[in-house]
Design a protein around this ligand. Structure first.
Ligand SMILES: N[C@@H](CCC(=O)N[C@@H](CS)C(=O)NCC(=O)O)C(=O)O
Length: 215
């Protein structure tokens, strides 16, 4: 029997932490949650106590330590094969994995210039060509998936692919990055989720500020 502990960073800023957290909530995986507050002034030295990567999220299952968001999600999907973390259909699952990996390894301009910030009031900022390119590409990925699945999520039911893009929903809204109606419909479906609401409420109650992420 799994006894899972997910170690996460600040809910206001830690987009990588949000991904496994929201997927595990959505798929009713029982887990304990530990907050390891990000402390960039001290180079996040304390995160070494949890993970060889010295980053969050980290998942502990007894003595096993699993780190890196997508690896955690794959591990949990294997632990609970009866839960649909990925689409059932092989071709859809391959596409869901492709776009999840693309998110995990890409869209650096968007990630660097527009940090997730759950507390920030929506306001547009000057954005680079790189961010515009990332936004257009994500809109295209969402459109292709949603037109095929007919929603409400990228592959119909909520899967890891939605978890990987959940922090992007916050970025689109917070920096007013997209005027695509389909992206808005998808964002509305994500932000209406009780799990999203729970995370967002906790994030808003946090008092800590990370200067470089306040754009
Ligand atoms: N590739 C990692 C990235 C994890 C990551 O960068 N986490 C941030 C918080 S969102 C962190 O721990 N940063 C601490 C640091 O860089 O010192 C993943 O997918 O989990």
């Amino acid at each position: 029997m799994a006894s899972l502990e997910l170690i996460i960073g600040n809910k206001n800023y830690s987009s990588w932490s949000m991904r496994p957290w929201i997927a595990m909530k959505m798929l009713d995986v029982p887990f304990a949650e530990t907050m390891a507050r990000l402390d960039f002034e001290n180079h996040n030295q304390h995160l070494r106590d949890y993970s060889p990567s010295a980053k969050v999220p980290v998942l502990k299952n007894g003595d096993e330590v699993i780190w890196d968001s997508l690896a955690i999600l794959e591990y949990v999907a294997e632990l609970f094969p009866q839960k649909r973390f990925w689409p059932n259909d092989q071709a859809k699952r391959a596409r869901a994995r492709s776009i999840s990996s693309q998110m995990h390894s890409g869209f650096a301009d968007l990630r660097n210039e527009c940090p997730m910030n759950m507390r920030r009031a929506p306001r547009a900022i000057e954005i680079s060509k790189g961010v515009k390119r990332d936004v257009a590409q994500i809109e295209g990925l969402w459109r292709a998936a949603l037109e095929q699945s007919r929603g409400p999520f990228l592959f119909g039911d909520f899967t890891i692919a939605d978890a990987m893009f959940a922090p992007v929903v916050n970025r689109f809204l917070t920096y007013e990055l997209s005027s695509d109606p389909l992206a808005r419909t998808y964002s509305d479906a994500i932000t209406a989720l009780p799990a999203w609401q729970e995370w967002a409420t906790a994030a808003r109650e946090e008092k800590w500020t990370i200067d470089y992420a306040e754009v």
